[in-house]
Design a protein around this ligand. Structure first.
Ligand code: DX5
Ligand code: ZN
Length: 228
């Protein structure tokens, strides 16, 4: 089995005035990577931060933490080079935001980053499928992108199951409303990269929440490998 269970806290719901220390806190609590939500107020009705913030964060947390940039922006082509220079490791863009995914995938790779491809709840998985062999990770959104703390959309799980059946070694990420109450659905469907914002950040014991999420996913991966 080529993929493993990885948990990436989304720091969107943390105290944004302390982003550096919040990222360090999440890594110390056992996070496998950090999921950083970039919003431009156009592709989604909310605004967060851009590459200057990522550059500062990289300096603050050191070279090791893996930065998965969730680019909820129109014209994702525009930020590939600045994000790579700022220290991003993976550039996850939305298929709805570009007319030329193939070219963008190529540009991201040439910049030295991994490639993630995201779909909103209203986008079918068939639209993502033609690119699945060229990307490192598929992101199936389980809320409408734009805000943390929304309700998990269980009806997105067939997309995850279908992707897992078609692309057995692809990294598949879920994002939105994922926490201890919803992780079993994600794990059973075949997701292995788990974004969790409010459930981790606002917990009194983020270390236990991260460990729980990882255990549920790891057990599902193991079960799937035994069933094969
Ligand atoms: C929403 C973002 C998510 C969000 C997740 O548009 O992409 O990463 O922060 O937060 P929760 O887990 O609280 O839904
Ligand atoms: Zn996100």
């Amino acid at each position: 089995m080529a993929y493993s269970a990885r948990i990436g806290p989304s720091i969107l719901s943390s105290d944004l005035s302390c982003l550096g220390s919040e990222c360090v806190r999440m890594m110390e609590c056992g996070a496998d990577y950090l999921h950083l939500d970039v919003m431009d107020g156009h592709f989604v009705p909310n605004l967060t931060f851009g590459h200057p913030m990522v550059e500062c964060l990289r300096k603050s947390v050191g070279r090791d933490p893996f930065f998965d940039m969730h680019m909820m922006v129109s014209r994702p082509e525009q930020w590939v080079k600045p994000m790579a220079a700022a220290g991003a490791n993976q550039y996850t863009f939305h298929i709805e935001a570009t007319t030329n995914p193939g070219n963008l995938i190529k540009e991201i790779r040439e910049s030295g980053m991994k490639v993630g491809l995201a779909i909103k709840p209203g986008t079918t998985v068939e639209e993502l499928a033609p690119w699945a062999n060229q990307i490192d990770m598929a992101l199936v959104m389980t809320v409408e992108p734009g805000f943390g703390g929304q309700k998990f959309m269980e009806d997105m799980m067939p997309k995850v199951s279908w992707l897992r059946s078609q692309f057995p070694s692809l990294d598949i990420e879920v994002d939105g409303g994922v926490g201890p109450d919803t992780i079993h659905k994600c794990a059973e469907a075949g997701a292995n990269m788990i974004v969790s914002g409010s459930a981790v950040i606002s917990s009194d014991d983020p270390r236990s929440v991260i460990a729980l999420l990882r255990t549920v996913v790891a057990e599902a991966i193991q079960k799937r490998s035994l069933d094969r």
